[in-house]
Design a binder for this molecule. Structure first.
Ligand SMILES: CC(C)(COP(=O)(O)OP(=O)(O)OC[C@H]1O[C@@H](n2cnc3c(N)ncnc32)[C@H](O)[C@@H]1OP(=O)(O)O)[C@@H](O)C(=O)NCCC(=O)NCCS
Length: 334
């Protein structure tokens, strides 16, 4: 058994690493559709200068048994590192996970990081699940827990209209909504990046205090280019005030390898514009567009911190139901 950094341009090994990752993600989660090999390979091969990543694999007699991806943010939150670690179900409980875990800590320490973060997906009713035992045994403590919810599509039009008529009077006249496919137009990008960068600060994340992110229009374009290469679609609804600045946004992403699934990414309303139901407004508009343009998609997946009552109440009103938990763990490095 050994761990080594994956050469992401070696197609054969990259595919085997992908297979271990996909098998692990699906294990015990029959509804889960993994991203395609192409999407994952493009992601692994994309050199993101703002957040470089290292992909490590654990080998078992020439086979790839497990894979871990370490992210080292360089432009914000530079005292932190985060990672994702998976062992193929057929290779579990033989030490591969622990070997990769040690490698992540070593690499983060070498990069001068003080705090290492990771997340797991576990059933709602198993507080002593093996994944929790694994991670706690490696010196991590629970930071916060996101509750993962699914929304079955399509949502009935009359339900959406009712929510719309309940909320529209609160914002109409002062704000304008627009939905864009695969990125907003140039004039909106600066203010969109500003609100996107605040999301990590304001969303509840336990004891960890994150700095604002540092996405700018150039990086935004870079991410859109990667998504286009993957074949993904992104639906963005923004709310703008009378000066044409983005004050709220929401993103839905349609992966290629997961043809039934839609991922809810960020939703954020600027602090000075809260209390006007803009969160619900942008979500309703985006969802409406999704249902018309992509009727084959069957579910939207979202995760919210258990204490984020504002966002949770919007999602519950839309009809999201709880499916699993995503506890986030942290470990301080010496
Ligand atoms: C958690 C995971 C990485 C462990 O990989 P692994 O190769 O089995 O890990 P190791 O062999 O080094 O350690 C296994 C230990 O983890 C715990 N554990 C892991 N899965 C378990 C399970 N299903 N039941 C009970 N204990 C389990 C036990 O303490 C076990 O030790 P034991 O076999 O001596 O009882 C793997 O199960 C996995 O890929 N899970 C899905 C993704 C995930 O949760 N990743 C963790 C992010 S850090």
């Amino acid at each position: 058994m050994r761990t080594m950094q994956l050469d992401v341009h070696d197609d054969d090994r990259t595919r085997r690493a992908y297979e271990a990752l996909a098998a692990s993600r699906v294990f015990g989660r029959p509804w889960f559709e993994p991203s395609s090999f192409t999407e994952v390979a493009i992601d692994w091969r994309h050199e993101d200068k703002a957040e470089p990543k290292e992909i490590w694999v654990a080998e078992d007699g020439g086979d790839v048994a497990g894979v871990a991806t370490l992210f080292l943010p360089m432009e914000d939150n530079t005292s932190m590192a985060w990672f994702d670690l998976h062992v193929h179900p057929e290779h579990r409980r033989r030490g591969h996970g622990s070997a990769l875990m040690d490698r992540m800590a070593e690499r983060a320490q070498d990069a001068g990081r003080a705090c290492l973060l990771t997340e797991i997906m576990v059933p709602v009713d198993e507080p002593d699940h093996g994944y929790r035992r694994f991670i706690e045994r490696h010196g991590y403590s629970l930071n916060n827990t996101e509750v993962m919810r699914h929304l079955d599509l399509p949502v009935a039009d009359d339900h959406l209209s009712r929510l719309d008529s309940d909320t529209r009077p609160r914002w109409e006249g002062d704000y304008r909504l627009e939905t864009h496919v695969n990125g907003v137009p140039e004039p909106l990008r600066e203010s969109l990046c500003e609100v996107m960068n605040q999301l990590i600060v304001d969303a509840p994340t336990g004891d960890i205090e994150f700095e604002p992110e540092s996405v700018n229009p150039a990086r935004y374009q870079e991410y859109l280019d990667v998504e286009r290469e993957m074949g993904r679609q992104r639906l963005t609804t923004v709310a703008m005030n009378d000066t044409g600045e983005v004050v709220a946004y929401t993103d839905l992403v349609l992966p290629v390898g997961a043809p039934s699934t839609v991922w809810q990414w960020g939703t954020y309303v600027h602090r000075e514009h809260r209390g006007r139901r803009l969160g619900m407004a942008v979500k309703l508009e985006n969802l409406g567009r999704l249902q018309v343009d992509h009727p084959q998609r069957q579910r939207v997946i979202t995760g919210n911190d258990g204490t984020n009552s504002w966002m949770v109440s919007i999602n519950e009103a839309l009809g999201f139901r709880i499916v699993e938990l995503c506890p986030a763990y942290q470990r301080k490095l010496a």
